[in-house]
Design a protein around this ligand. Structure first.
Ligand code: GZL
Length: 326
């Protein structure tokens, strides 16, 4: 047991006491006053693919519709810059911060700095390490998809439709991001439980099309017997399709390609037979994000996780659903 000095103990007790006297409940999310208009921060992680752009456009459109002032930043794929962006919003005195944390751990200081400054944070689309920051205590809530379920649903479809194919190349999303961690967890665990499949290689393509193509090319050369590619997002799936065609392989025939995001291009690829199945991960966060903020300001209790419903596309419904894809 670590012994601490009497002096240290007294200092700690005094600090906690002072917080309590000041009415600062350590485990409470800062409140949001009910006002006619707000100054809202949205700290975006990057704008390197259609999904990100669709999410940003949805947030900007909703802020404009409500007449709220939006302080928007783009971290250009840097977690360190995203932390700086949040700190800048705090300095500007925004009322609330929407944050899409690029990775689960590096954004914790930003979440804690906002809480300390008395600004509630709502996490959009990606989450933070739950052992380091908790919904309902350190930030208000996480609004987004259940990424474990997305990976599991792809595996469930594959088990039913593999038709003898069994050797999987997995293209992972951004290292350290919650979608990459959980889409891997959901898929790998379900495939393991089903038996009869082998993940011959699993490597990050950083959710990017060209990186996904390069990694797919290298892994296809290293594993010429691979007959399934599971990509954590459409961008990497489209990159993998380019790699397959460059190698003289027919996507959908020689190799099944599976994806997540369900953007219009990917759903069209399902119609064309190049992608076998895709789970949607809808990026249109604006309405739900701002509705949640306003409900909180009114004093409503907000659940710690608000899960978006994800559609599923394969050959049975892609043509009919194409017009509705984002
Ligand atoms: C998922 C989101 C992911 C998308 C990718 O909520 O964080 O980031 O699946 C995007 O396309 O880059």
């Amino acid at each position: 047991m670590t012994m601490i000095s009497r002096r240290t103990f007294m200092l700690a007790a005094t600090a906690v006491g002072a917080l309590a006297v000041a009415g600062v409940a350590i485990a409470e999310v800062p409140k949001l006053a009910q006002k006619d208009t707000y100054k809202v921060g949205f700290a975006q992680t990057e704008s390197n693919n259609p999904w990100r752009i669709a999410q940003t456009n949805s947030m900007k459109a909703e802020a404009e519709k409500l007449g709220f002032q939006l302080v928007y930043t783009d971290a250009a794929g840097s977690a360190a810059k995203q932390v700086a962006d949040v700190n800048s919003m705090i300095a500007q005195g925004v009322d609330v911060i929407f944050l899409a944390p690029r990775e689960e751990k590096p954004l914790i200081p930003a979440v804690m700095a906002a809480k300390k400054a008395g600004i509630p944070v709502i996490l959009l689309d990606r989450s933070v390490d739950p052992s380091l920051a908790k919904a309902g205590e350190d930030y208000l809530t996480f609004i987004g998809s259940n990424f474990v379920e997305e990976g599991r649903r792809i595996a469930e479809w594959l088990v039913k439709n593999a038709n003898g194919k069994s050797k999987i190349i997995e293209l992972e999303g951004t290292t350290g991001s919650s979608p990459a961690n959980d889409r891997k967890k959901g898929f790998d665990e379900a495939i393991q439980a089903a038996g009869g499949f082998e993940i011959v290689a699993s490597q990050t393509g950083d959710f990017a099309r060209d990186k996904g193509r390069q990694v797919a090319e290298a892994l296809l050369q290293a594993h010429p017997d691979a007959d399934i590619i599971y990509a954590h997002n459409d961008e990497m799936a489209m990159g993998a399709i380019a790699a397959l065609e460059a190698a003289g392989k027919v996507p959908g025939k020689d190799v099944l390609v599976l994806s997540i995001d369900g953007g219009k291009e990917a759903v069209q690829a399902v119609v064309d037979g190049k992608i076998a199945a895709v789970v949607e991960c809808n990026p249109r966060f604006g309405p739900k994000a701002f509705e949640t903020m306003i409900r909180y300001a009114k004093g409503e209790a907000i659940d710690p996780i608000l899960v978006n419903e994800d559609k599923f596309y394969d050959a049975s419904n892609a043509a009919a659903e194409l017009a509705n894809a984002y």
